[in-house]
Every structure is written in structure tokens, then in C-alpha cells.
Write a protein that binds this ligand. Structure first.
Ligand SMILES: C=CC1=C(C)c2cc3[nH]c(cc4nc(cc5[nH]c(cc1n2)c(C)c5CCC(=O)O)C(CCC(=O)O)=C4C)c(C)c3C=C
Ligand SMILES: [Fe+2]
Length: 536
């Protein structure tokens, strides 16, 4: 491998160029209201955890560097350590390096440097304290541990504030299923092809979506013929608007879905039409994954950079919020309430089931999803323990698709094992979603319940998704209030994406060769068998 120099990556990480007056020179950061100091201290002090990776050994640095294609040279190690100290979104101080790697891999790999730097990077004026809170020293408003109300500041009168909720989207009718699946599989953050094979993305998406559609349709048919995600997300948007207005902040709340209506692009056009002047982006995924929040943010960055009005708009992006006390408490409340429905609550196994991602996301691309999921479960269980609820618990991953390895253990396998081991009562907790959808209503409530009962588990319960639970919505409102003052423009004249298909000739060539290949693949009985075995 040619010697890659980390310094090549340094330029976009420099503190953002001041676009505005110094009073407005703010940088945004992820959700800042973290767990309490004692809880944080417990986490960083527990075995295998730590405060910063800036003191990582050469070997660990080398492993991390090589995962993003860089050599383990002294210069690269130094630059990497400096980088760890600079990136604001490393609010998970127990695993900073994996988050940094995710950041690097998903946004500024050697091939595609240049991100919404201004939105993610620290200015020299920022300092981080040891409980993982990033303070902005050039702010226009102050916010403490428990912000309850919007603090009026110099911008308040001119500002028209928007909140953009990001979600995945789901087919509303059975007719929508195949095109929805096409959109999903056409996303390079869902099927990550090597650059050389990117021209296959669309034909492959077509092939997989056609083959997968019958199975997906069955699932959607069993939950009433479509996904409830749009309706629930709209309700959450309305509830959030009310909660923010109650806290003295009038806002417009928008919903932008990644793979179905209302698409993110539509929401952004509406934001522009409404002349919003300050925006908070809030993905409805508590934990960050390249495949969910990462993918949606990538779309947003592209749209914003290409538009003069949007590229100047101050934006704050909340990249993950799984550690927020309000969210953790809301989850613990729901669990405690469901446990009480069992005749023997203390004997119930709490079974967290999270949506999986392919292992390569975590191991090669540095997706922080698994680390964040584990910390999230730890925090929920800590919260329950503090209330005297000390049940056994376990975490497994569901919803795998395709022939590659996904995060383990798999939900279906663990359920069978638990049944065989004699577990009699089990409470399933969907943990990566905040709304009911096909994976809770069909996969957990039908498939996994049946499997569990067949495996010897006698008492089955399931914690509902948070949906519009008021403590949860209030916490989201607080998250918005906290990051709002730090909004800053996603402005860059840089052409961001090497995947932009602006060039018609390139596009036509890609489509031609892609279609020929897809045709050949479709005619190959062996390929059909491989796909069928893994998708149907
Ligand atoms: C944290 C949440 C999610 C992660 C991570 C995620 C990754 C991921 N998903 C697929 C493939 C499919 N996902 C599908 C639907 C779907 N997935 C999520 C959430 C996460 N996905 C949601 C909220 C939904 C929508 C559900 C609805 O009600 O409509 C589907 C379609 C359903 C099906 O056929 O099973 C597929 C396929 C991959 C490949 C992936 C990571 C790479
Ligand atoms: Fe999914």
C-alpha cells in the first residue's frame, strides 16, 4: 500500500473559517446534556474503559489508523492524537477512537475529504472538561445542566427556528414496498461497494429489491398493509413542536425520511420556502450508525452545500443522544412498567433487541453503533438498579439481511439458547428504534415471540416503543434547546461527493454496464440461488 500521510487529512479538520462576525462564531456539537458526573465517572472507571484514546499505545493507534488505510508512522500517530482532542462530537469519552474512526471513515476518508467541517469541529475557543461536556466559550447564550426554557438572545427576534427530524421512512402500501426497498439498497451507506464497483449500485439495488419484495410484503401485510412510521413520526413532530412552544421557543418541525415520503429533500425545500433562519437536525435514532444517521446527514450535507441560502443557514446536528438522562429514564420507566405486569417480575430476563448492522461497519469502517448500544444498555440498567430493579439482562441484534456477517449474537439464536437454558419469563425491549414499525410489530411481536414460546419460554412481554411518551418528547425538546445557540453554517464551496452523478455521460455509461451486468446476473441460476437463500 502506498504510504498514506495523515497530514493529507489535516486540512479539513482545521478550525472552521469564520464565516460571520466573531460574536456569531459558534460551532455546533452533539447533544451536550450527558449523564451525571457520578454515572460518567463510573463508566470511565469501569474495566476496559478509559477517558481518552489520546494515550493509546502505538499498536492500538496502528490498528485504528490501518482501518482507515493509513500507515502507523509517528507523524500519523501524532496527527491522530491531536485529532482526537479536537473533534467535538467525541462526547463518548469512553470510546473516543472508534467514534473518531467512524467520523473519518464516513465523512472524510482519504478519498472523499471535506465535510460540514464547520458543524463538527472545535474552534480553538472551545474547551472540553472531563465529564464529556463541550463548552463553547464564544456563545451568545448560556445553558446549564437542566435547561428548561429558551434563553432569549440577540438573534431571537430575527430567528425563524426549524427542527428537522430525520428517520428512515417506510412503505405506506404494499405497492410501495419494492420501490422503497430499491431506495434503501441504492444507498451506498447500506450496500457499501468498493469504489470500483459503484456503478453496480443501482442494478444491484433493483435486483435485491425485486427478490426481497415478496418477503417484505408479507411482513407489511401482517401489520396492516404498510408501515406506521410516517404517522408516528408526524405525531412526534407535532408533540415536539408543542413541547418547544411550552418552553418558549416557537418552531416549525419538519420530517425528512431517507427512503420514502416525505423525503429529506422535500422537507428541506419546505424549510427553504418557510425562510427558516436557524435549524436543528435531530435524527430519530438514539445511537449513531453510518447506515442510519450517517446516511441521512450525508444527504443533507449534499443538499445544503449546493444551495446558496441553505449553505449559509446556521445548523446544529445532534448526531446521537443515547446517553441523555431523559431518554435513559424514559426507557427505564417503560421497562419497569412492563416488568410489573409479570407475576414474578424479578425473575424476568430483560432482553434488549437492537437492529443489527454488518460487522464490517464496526470493524472496518469504525461505526460507533455497537459501542454506543452497549453503553446505552449499561446506562438503562444502571438507572433500573438505582430504583432497585436488578434483573438479568442481555443484548442481541435482529433484522439481518444478506449473506454477510452481522453483529452478534443474533436475536433468534439467543432466544432459542435462553429457552434451552430454562429461562421462563422474558421481556423484549426494542432499543434502537423510538417508534413502532415492522421490526417491532412483526419481527419481535410475531416471529420472535413464536420462536421464544417454541423454545420453552412461557411468559413473554414486550416494551412498547417510546413513540410520543411525554418525558421522552420533553427530553428531545431540551436537546434542541441546548444545541440551538451553537448552530453554524454548513458552508463550503468544495464539491463534496465523488458519487455525484452530474455528468450525464458518466451516468449513462454506468447505467449501461450496470444493466448488462444485472441482466447477466439475473440469468445466472447460481446467483439467483445465492440471493434467494439469503434474502427470502
Ligand atoms: C437503528 C435502526 C436501523 C439500522 C441500524 C438499520 C440498518 C439496516 N437496515 C437494513 C435493511 C432493511 N431495513 C428495513 C427497514 C427498516 N430499518 C429500520 C431501522 C434500521 N435499519 C427501520 C426504522 C425500518 C423501517 C421499518 C418500517 O416500518 O417500514 C428494511 C425493510 C423491511 C424488511 O424488508 O425487512 C430492510 C430490508 C440494512 C441492510 C441495514 C444496514 C446496513
Ligand atoms: Fe433496517
Amino acid at each position: 500500500m502506498a504510504c498514506a500521510s495523515f497530514s493529507k487529512l489535516n486540512a479539513p479538520w482545521s478550525p472552521p473559517i469564520d464565516q460571520h462576525s466573531s460574536a456569531k462564531r459558534l460551532v455546533s456539537f452533539s447533544s451536550t446534556r450527558l449523564v451525571s458526573v457520578p454515572t460518567r465517572a463510573k463508566i470511565v472507571g469501569s474495566p476496559g474503559r478509559g477517558i481518552l484514546a489520546s494515550d493509546e499505545s502505538h499498536a492500538t493507534c496502528g490498528k485504528n489508523l490501518s482501518s482507515i488505510g493509513l500507515d502507523n508512522s509517528e507523524t500519523n500517530r501524532q496527527a491522530y492524537r491531536q485529532f482526537l482532542l479536537l473533534v467535538t462530537y467525541l462526547h463518548d469519552l469512553s470510546k473516543p477512537s472508534s467514534q473518531a474512526l467512524a467520523y473519518l471513515s464516513s465523512y472524510s476518508t482519504c478519498k472523499r475529504i471535506g465535510i460540514a467541517g464547520a458543524s463538527y469541529l472545535c474552534s480553538p475557543a472551545q474547551k472540553r472538561n472531563l465529564v464529556g461536556k463541550t463548552f463553547c466559550t464564544v456563545g451568545v447564550s448560556k445553558y446549564g445542566e437542566n435547561v428548561a426554557e429558551y434563553q432569549s438572545h440577540s438573534h431571537a427576534t430575527e430567528d425563524k427556528v426549524g427542527v428537522l427530524l430525520l428517520n428512515l421512512g417506510g412503505p405506506e402500501t404494499l405497492h410501495d414496498v419494492q420501490p422503497f426497498l430499491f431506495n434503501l439498497f441504492a444507498d451506498p451507506d447500506i450496500i457499501r461497494l468498493p469504489r470500483l464497483f459503484r456503478f453496480l449500485q443501482w442494478p444491484l439495488a433493483k435486483l435485491i429489491s425485486v427478490l426481497r419484495a415478496p418477503k417484505s410484503k408479507e411482513g407489511y401485510a401482517s401489520i396492516g398493509g404498510g408501515s406506521p412510521l410516517r404517522k408516528i413520526t408526524n405525531e412526534q413532530a407535532h408533540a415536539l413542536k408543542m413541547a418547544l412552544e411550552a418552553k418558549n421557543l416557537p418552531v416549525n418541525v419538519y420530517v425528512g425520511m431517507r427512503y420514502w415520503y416525505p423525503f429529506t429533500e422535500e422537507a428541506v425545500q419546505q424549510i427553504k420556502r418557510d425562510r427558516i433562519t436557524r435549524l436543528v437536525v435531530l435524527p430519530l435514532y438514539p445511537q449513531f450508525s453510518i447506515s442510519t444517521t450517517g446516511s441521512s446527514i450525508r444527504v443533507l450535507e449534499r443538499i445544503f452545500r449546493e444551495d446558496a441560502y441553505l449553505s449559509r443557514m446556521p445548523v446544529s446536528i445532534i448526531r446521537s443522544w443515547y446517553q441523555r438522562e431523559g431518554y435513559i429514564k424514559s426507557m427505564a420507566d417503560l421497562i419497569q412498567k412492563e416488568l410489573e405486569k409479570f407475576s414474578n417480575p424479578e425473575e424476568v430476563m430483560i432482553f434488549f433487541s437492537a437492529h443489527g448492522v454488518p460487522v464490517s461497519y464496526v470493524e472496518n469502517a469504525g461505526d460507533p453503533y455497537k459501542d454506543q448500544m452497549e453503553e446505552c444498555i449499561y446506562l438503562i440498567m444502571q438507572n433500573l438498579k438505582d430504583r432497585g430493579v436488578g434483573n438479568d439482562h442481555t443484548l442481541a441484534y435482529q433484522s439481518r439481511v444478506g449473506p454477510v456477517q452481522w453483529l452478534k449474537p443474533y436475536t433468534d439464536e439467543v432466544l432459542v439458547e435462553l429457552g434451552q437454558k430454562g429461562v421462563k419469563s422474558l421481556l423484549a425491549v426494542p432499543v434502537s428504534f423510538v417508534s413502532e414499525h415492522i421490526e417491532t410489530l412483526e419481527e419481535i411481536d410475531m416471529e420472535y415471540r413464536e420462536l421464544a414460546l417454541e423454545s420453552g419460554i412461557q411468559n413473554w412481554g414486550r416494551v412498547p416503543a417510546l413513540n410520543c411518551t411525554s418525558s421522552f418528547i420533553t427530553d428531545l425538546a431540551d436537546a434542541v434547546l441546548e444545541v440551538l445557540p451553537a448552530a453554524t453554517a454548513i458552508s463550503s464551496s468544495r464539491k463534496i461527493s465523488d458519487e455525484d452523478d452530474n455528468d450525464f455521460v458518466r451516468y449513462a455509461i454506468k447505467m449501461f454496464f450496470g444493466s448488462v451486468l444485472a441482466f447477466v446476473l439475473l440469468l445466472s441460476p447460481k446467483m439467483i440461488l445465492v440471493f434467494k437463500n439469503n434474502l427470502l
